[in-house]
Ligand binder design. Structure first.
Ligand code: FMN
Length: 267
Protein backbone atom coordinates (compact mmCIF):
# COMPACT_ATOMS: atom_id res chain seq x y z
CA UNK A 1 0.00 0.00 0.00
CA UNK A 2 1.22 3.49 -0.86
CA UNK A 3 2.36 5.74 2.00
CA UNK A 4 -0.12 8.40 0.87
CA UNK A 5 -3.57 7.76 -0.59
CA UNK A 6 -6.29 10.20 -1.62
CA UNK A 7 -9.91 9.89 -0.52
CA UNK A 8 -11.73 10.47 -3.80
CA UNK A 9 -15.02 11.06 -2.01
CA UNK A 10 -13.73 14.24 -0.33
CA UNK A 11 -10.91 15.36 -2.63
CA UNK A 12 -11.84 18.48 -4.67
CA UNK A 13 -8.96 18.05 -7.11
CA UNK A 14 -7.63 21.54 -6.24
CA UNK A 15 -4.02 20.33 -6.48
CA UNK A 16 -2.93 21.99 -3.22
CA UNK A 17 -1.36 18.84 -1.75
CA UNK A 18 0.70 18.42 -4.86
CA UNK A 19 1.70 22.11 -4.98
CA UNK A 20 3.03 22.20 -1.40
CA UNK A 21 4.92 18.88 -1.43
CA UNK A 22 8.56 19.98 -1.08
CA UNK A 23 9.75 16.83 -2.80
CA UNK A 24 7.28 17.01 -5.71
CA UNK A 25 5.97 13.50 -5.12
CA UNK A 26 2.46 13.84 -6.59
CA UNK A 27 1.19 13.31 -10.11
CA UNK A 28 -2.39 13.72 -11.37
CA UNK A 29 -4.44 10.87 -12.75
CA UNK A 30 -6.64 11.11 -15.86
CA UNK A 31 -9.52 12.53 -13.78
CA UNK A 32 -7.37 15.19 -12.11
CA UNK A 33 -7.00 13.44 -8.74
CA UNK A 34 -3.58 13.68 -7.13
CA UNK A 35 -1.64 10.41 -7.06
CA UNK A 36 1.30 9.79 -4.78
CA UNK A 37 3.94 8.74 -7.25
CA UNK A 38 4.89 5.08 -7.45
CA UNK A 39 8.07 4.48 -5.39
CA UNK A 40 7.83 7.93 -3.74
CA UNK A 41 7.63 6.40 -0.24
CA UNK A 42 11.39 6.45 0.22
CA UNK A 43 11.61 10.12 -0.73
CA UNK A 44 8.78 11.39 1.48
CA UNK A 45 10.21 13.39 4.40
CA UNK A 46 6.94 13.13 6.39
CA UNK A 47 6.68 16.92 6.76
CA UNK A 48 2.90 16.57 6.59
CA UNK A 49 2.33 19.57 4.32
CA UNK A 50 0.01 17.57 2.05
CA UNK A 51 -2.11 16.56 5.05
CA UNK A 52 -2.01 20.02 6.62
CA UNK A 53 -2.98 22.04 3.56
CA UNK A 54 -6.04 19.98 2.59
CA UNK A 55 -9.21 21.56 4.06
CA UNK A 56 -11.22 18.41 3.29
CA UNK A 57 -9.08 15.80 5.09
CA UNK A 58 -8.70 13.98 1.80
CA UNK A 59 -4.98 13.23 2.07
CA UNK A 60 -4.39 10.04 4.04
CA UNK A 61 -0.76 9.56 5.09
CA UNK A 62 -0.11 6.28 6.89
CA UNK A 63 2.69 7.82 9.00
CA UNK A 64 0.71 10.99 9.81
CA UNK A 65 -2.89 10.03 10.62
CA UNK A 66 -5.51 12.78 10.58
CA UNK A 67 -6.35 12.15 14.24
CA UNK A 68 -2.78 13.18 15.12
CA UNK A 69 -3.06 16.38 13.06
CA UNK A 70 -5.40 18.76 14.91
CA UNK A 71 -7.26 21.46 13.02
CA UNK A 72 -5.73 24.93 13.02
CA UNK A 73 -7.92 27.52 14.81
CA UNK A 74 -7.67 30.42 12.39
CA UNK A 75 -9.40 32.69 14.91
CA UNK A 76 -6.48 32.33 17.33
CA UNK A 77 -4.24 35.14 16.21
CA UNK A 78 -1.29 36.85 17.88
CA UNK A 79 -1.31 40.60 17.49
CA UNK A 80 1.79 42.04 15.84
CA UNK A 81 2.48 44.45 18.75
CA UNK A 82 2.20 41.60 21.30
CA UNK A 83 4.52 39.33 19.33
CA UNK A 84 6.98 42.16 18.69
CA UNK A 85 7.09 42.97 22.40
CA UNK A 86 7.59 39.31 23.31
CA UNK A 87 10.56 39.10 20.94
CA UNK A 88 12.11 42.39 22.01
CA UNK A 89 11.46 41.92 25.72
CA UNK A 90 13.07 38.47 25.86
CA UNK A 91 16.08 39.11 28.10
CA UNK A 92 18.91 36.90 29.20
CA UNK A 93 17.92 36.20 32.77
CA UNK A 94 20.78 35.77 35.24
CA UNK A 95 18.97 36.20 38.55
CA UNK A 96 16.55 33.44 39.45
CA UNK A 97 14.06 32.79 42.20
CA UNK A 98 14.59 29.61 44.20
CA UNK A 99 11.11 28.30 43.43
CA UNK A 100 11.55 25.37 41.00
CA UNK A 101 9.95 25.42 37.57
CA UNK A 102 7.33 22.63 37.40
CA UNK A 103 8.23 19.82 35.04
CA UNK A 104 4.92 20.26 33.19
CA UNK A 105 5.82 23.84 32.17
CA UNK A 106 9.16 22.73 30.73
CA UNK A 107 7.55 19.81 28.94
CA UNK A 108 5.01 22.21 27.42
CA UNK A 109 7.79 24.48 26.10
CA UNK A 110 9.66 21.48 24.66
CA UNK A 111 6.44 20.31 23.10
CA UNK A 112 6.17 23.65 21.28
CA UNK A 113 9.83 23.59 20.30
CA UNK A 114 9.50 20.24 18.55
CA UNK A 115 7.69 22.05 15.74
CA UNK A 116 10.81 24.08 15.03
CA UNK A 117 12.05 23.43 11.51
CA UNK A 118 14.76 20.81 11.06
CA UNK A 119 16.66 20.25 7.83
CA UNK A 120 14.80 17.69 5.70
CA UNK A 121 12.45 17.28 8.67
CA UNK A 122 15.07 15.04 10.31
CA UNK A 123 13.96 15.76 13.94
CA UNK A 124 17.09 14.13 15.35
CA UNK A 125 17.37 16.28 18.49
CA UNK A 126 17.55 14.99 22.06
CA UNK A 127 16.54 17.12 25.01
CA UNK A 128 18.26 16.71 28.34
CA UNK A 129 16.64 18.54 31.25
CA UNK A 130 18.61 19.04 34.45
CA UNK A 131 15.82 19.53 36.95
CA UNK A 132 17.69 19.20 40.23
CA UNK A 133 19.39 22.41 41.41
CA UNK A 134 22.19 20.44 43.13
CA UNK A 135 22.94 18.68 39.82
CA UNK A 136 23.01 22.04 37.98
CA UNK A 137 25.47 23.23 40.60
CA UNK A 138 27.61 20.10 40.16
CA UNK A 139 27.72 20.74 36.38
CA UNK A 140 28.82 24.33 37.04
CA UNK A 141 31.74 22.92 39.06
CA UNK A 142 32.72 20.65 36.17
CA UNK A 143 32.63 23.59 33.75
CA UNK A 144 34.92 25.51 36.09
CA UNK A 145 37.33 22.52 36.25
CA UNK A 146 37.56 22.68 32.45
CA UNK A 147 37.94 26.47 32.29
CA UNK A 148 40.65 26.31 34.97
CA UNK A 149 42.59 23.81 32.86
CA UNK A 150 42.32 25.75 29.59
CA UNK A 151 42.88 29.16 31.22
CA UNK A 152 46.63 28.48 31.00
CA UNK A 153 46.33 28.86 27.21
CA UNK A 154 43.15 30.96 27.12
CA UNK A 155 43.72 33.49 29.92
CA UNK A 156 40.34 35.16 29.38
CA UNK A 157 38.83 32.36 31.44
CA UNK A 158 41.00 33.08 34.51
CA UNK A 159 38.69 35.81 35.91
CA UNK A 160 35.72 33.45 35.54
CA UNK A 161 37.51 30.82 37.63
CA UNK A 162 38.52 33.51 40.14
CA UNK A 163 34.86 34.56 40.56
CA UNK A 164 33.86 30.94 41.22
CA UNK A 165 36.55 30.72 43.87
CA UNK A 166 35.04 33.79 45.52
CA UNK A 167 31.75 31.92 45.85
CA UNK A 168 29.99 33.27 42.75
CA UNK A 169 28.64 31.29 39.82
CA UNK A 170 29.55 33.15 36.64
CA UNK A 171 28.95 30.10 34.41
CA UNK A 172 25.41 28.99 35.29
CA UNK A 173 24.40 32.01 37.39
CA UNK A 174 23.04 29.85 40.23
CA UNK A 175 20.22 28.86 37.91
CA UNK A 176 18.10 26.04 39.34
CA UNK A 177 17.79 24.19 36.03
CA UNK A 178 19.36 23.66 32.62
CA UNK A 179 18.17 22.39 29.29
CA UNK A 180 20.63 20.86 26.85
CA UNK A 181 20.28 19.65 23.27
CA UNK A 182 22.47 16.89 21.91
CA UNK A 183 22.28 15.41 18.44
CA UNK A 184 24.16 13.09 16.07
CA UNK A 185 27.62 14.17 14.94
CA UNK A 186 27.13 12.68 11.50
CA UNK A 187 24.28 15.04 10.60
CA UNK A 188 25.59 18.27 9.10
CA UNK A 189 22.58 20.29 10.25
CA UNK A 190 22.66 19.23 13.92
CA UNK A 191 24.08 22.57 15.03
CA UNK A 192 21.58 24.71 13.11
CA UNK A 193 18.61 22.49 13.98
CA UNK A 194 19.56 22.62 17.68
CA UNK A 195 19.93 26.39 17.73
CA UNK A 196 16.56 26.93 16.08
CA UNK A 197 14.85 24.49 18.44
CA UNK A 198 16.37 26.05 21.55
CA UNK A 199 15.39 29.51 20.31
CA UNK A 200 11.82 28.29 19.90
CA UNK A 201 11.99 26.69 23.37
CA UNK A 202 13.26 29.97 24.80
CA UNK A 203 10.33 31.95 23.38
CA UNK A 204 7.80 29.37 24.53
CA UNK A 205 9.42 29.44 27.97
CA UNK A 206 9.34 33.23 28.19
CA UNK A 207 5.66 33.24 27.17
CA UNK A 208 5.06 30.95 30.19
CA UNK A 209 6.95 33.16 32.64
CA UNK A 210 10.22 31.18 32.61
CA UNK A 211 13.50 33.09 32.36
CA UNK A 212 16.34 31.66 30.27
CA UNK A 213 19.93 32.45 29.37
CA UNK A 214 22.18 30.79 26.82
CA UNK A 215 24.89 28.84 28.59
CA UNK A 216 27.97 29.76 26.55
CA UNK A 217 30.58 28.57 29.07
CA UNK A 218 28.76 25.30 29.36
CA UNK A 219 28.67 24.92 25.57
CA UNK A 220 32.39 25.70 25.40
CA UNK A 221 33.15 22.95 27.93
CA UNK A 222 30.53 20.37 27.01
CA UNK A 223 32.28 18.68 24.12
CA UNK A 224 35.86 19.18 25.31
CA UNK A 225 35.64 17.94 28.89
CA UNK A 226 35.14 14.16 29.13
CA UNK A 227 34.03 14.35 32.79
CA UNK A 228 31.25 16.75 31.84
CA UNK A 229 30.16 14.62 28.88
CA UNK A 230 30.13 11.61 31.16
CA UNK A 231 28.12 13.42 33.83
CA UNK A 232 25.57 14.30 31.16
CA UNK A 233 25.56 10.83 29.62
CA UNK A 234 25.99 12.11 26.08
CA UNK A 235 26.17 9.15 23.64
CA UNK A 236 29.55 8.68 21.95
CA UNK A 237 28.23 9.57 18.50
CA UNK A 238 26.47 12.74 19.68
CA UNK A 239 27.65 16.24 20.56
CA UNK A 240 26.09 18.97 22.65
CA UNK A 241 24.84 21.69 20.31
CA UNK A 242 23.19 24.11 22.69
CA UNK A 243 22.13 24.76 26.25
CA UNK A 244 20.13 27.23 28.29
CA UNK A 245 19.96 27.82 32.01
CA UNK A 246 16.44 28.53 33.19
CA UNK A 247 14.28 29.28 36.20
CA UNK A 248 11.70 31.79 37.31
CA UNK A 249 13.14 35.29 36.94
CA UNK A 250 13.81 37.25 40.10
CA UNK A 251 13.24 40.60 38.40
CA UNK A 252 10.95 41.97 35.75
CA UNK A 253 12.26 44.26 33.02
CA UNK A 254 10.40 47.50 32.38
CA UNK A 255 12.21 48.85 29.35
CA UNK A 256 13.52 47.43 26.12
CA UNK A 257 17.21 48.33 25.87
CA UNK A 258 18.31 49.75 22.51
CA UNK A 259 20.23 47.66 20.01
CA UNK A 260 22.38 48.56 17.03
CA UNK A 261 20.55 49.43 13.83
CA UNK A 262 20.32 46.40 11.56
CA UNK A 263 22.94 46.38 8.84
CA UNK A 264 20.77 45.90 5.79
CA UNK A 265 21.70 45.92 2.17
CA UNK A 266 18.85 46.03 -0.30
CA UNK A 267 19.56 45.05 -3.89
C1 FMN B 1 25.52 31.73 22.04
C2 FMN B 1 25.30 32.55 23.28
C3 FMN B 1 26.01 32.26 24.42
C4 FMN B 1 25.79 33.00 25.58
N1 FMN B 1 26.43 32.63 26.73
C5 FMN B 1 26.18 33.30 27.88
C6 FMN B 1 26.77 32.86 29.10
O1 FMN B 1 27.50 31.88 29.17
N2 FMN B 1 26.50 33.57 30.23
C7 FMN B 1 25.68 34.67 30.21
O2 FMN B 1 25.46 35.26 31.26
N3 FMN B 1 25.09 35.09 29.06
C8 FMN B 1 25.30 34.42 27.89
N4 FMN B 1 24.69 34.81 26.72
C9 FMN B 1 23.74 35.94 26.75
C10 FMN B 1 24.27 37.19 26.02
O3 FMN B 1 25.24 37.82 26.80
C11 FMN B 1 23.04 38.09 25.77
O4 FMN B 1 22.21 37.48 24.81
C12 FMN B 1 23.39 39.49 25.29
O5 FMN B 1 24.14 40.19 26.23
C13 FMN B 1 22.14 40.31 24.96
O6 FMN B 1 21.28 40.38 26.07
P1 FMN B 1 19.77 39.90 25.97
O7 FMN B 1 19.79 38.45 25.60
O8 FMN B 1 19.17 40.13 27.31
O9 FMN B 1 19.10 40.72 24.90
C14 FMN B 1 24.87 34.09 25.57
C15 FMN B 1 24.16 34.36 24.41
C16 FMN B 1 24.35 33.60 23.28
C17 FMN B 1 23.52 33.88 22.06
Amino acid sequence: MSLVTIDHTTCRRDGMCSAVCPMGLFDRDGEGFPVFRYSADQRCIACGHCVAVCPHGAVLHTALPLEDAPLVDHNLTVSVPALTQLLKNRRSVREFREEPVPEALVRAAIDTARWAPTAVNRQALHWLVIQTPSETRRLAGLIIDYLRRISTVEPRYAPVVAQWEQGKDPVLRNAPHMIIIHAPDDWIWSSVDSTIALTQFELAAVANGIGTCWAGYFMRAANGHPALREALGIPGDHSVFGALMYGFPRYRYHRIPPRQAARIELR
